[in-house]
Write a protein that binds this ligand. Structure first.
Ligand code: C5P
Ligand code: MG
Length: 159
């Protein structure tokens, strides 16, 4: 049996005024930001679930419940780092992450490399093993209407 494991992650958060838009730990200038208990970093949350999924370690809510004071006010990069450590404790090393953020506006292209660098640093990966893609929802559904953002991620681990 191959020692490779793949996990997927998905997340969504509402877009509201008066909140920061933080994606992959990078603060992006925007009229609207993501609502949530944490910093609502939808991209970090999707990648965290992908890593936990690859190691069959449950999901983000199982490890980082809103009720746990340990994580109160924590930036979502702390979740990511902890997921990598949990996987490592189970004998898994993270090899690669691919991800997509679906957001109508603002345009995110110019933030791709800063986000990749921040994620790579947090995950302990070379930057060329961290992929971040962006899509609009073409005006369709809550994402397309600018009411929310989504993120999807895939992570590969090796035992
Ligand atoms: O959704 P659509 O196919 O129109 O996106 C085209 C390109 O626009 C994407 O491949 C991505 O490079 C860029 N994009 C972006 N920021 C977004 C959405 C898309 O930079 N919020
Ligand atoms: Mg989330």
């Amino acid at each position: 049996m191959s020692g490779y494991r793949t996990g997927t992650g998905w997340d969504t958060h509402r877009l509201v005024s008066g909140r920061a838009l933080i994606l992959g730990g990078v603060s992006i200038p925007s009229e609207l930001g993501l609502e949530g208990h944490s910093d609502a970093d939808v991209l970090a949350h999707a990648i965290t679930d992908a890593i936990l999924g690859a190691a069959a370690l449950g999901d983000i809510g199982a490890h980082f419940p809103d009720s746990d004071p340990r994580w109160k006010g924590a930036g979502s990069l702390a979740f990511l780092k902890y997921a990598v450590e949990l996987a490592a404790a189970g004998g898994f090393r993270l090899l690669q992450v691919d991800s997509t953020v679906i957001l109508e506006r603002p345009k995110l292209k110019e933030y791709r490399d800063p986000i990749r660098r921040k994620l790579a640093e947090t995950l302990g990966l070379p930057v060329d093993c961290v992929s971040v893609k962006f899509k609009t929802a073409e005006g369709l559904g809550p994402v397309g209407e600018g009411r929310s953002a989504e993120a999807q991620a895939v992570a590969t681990l090796v035992k």
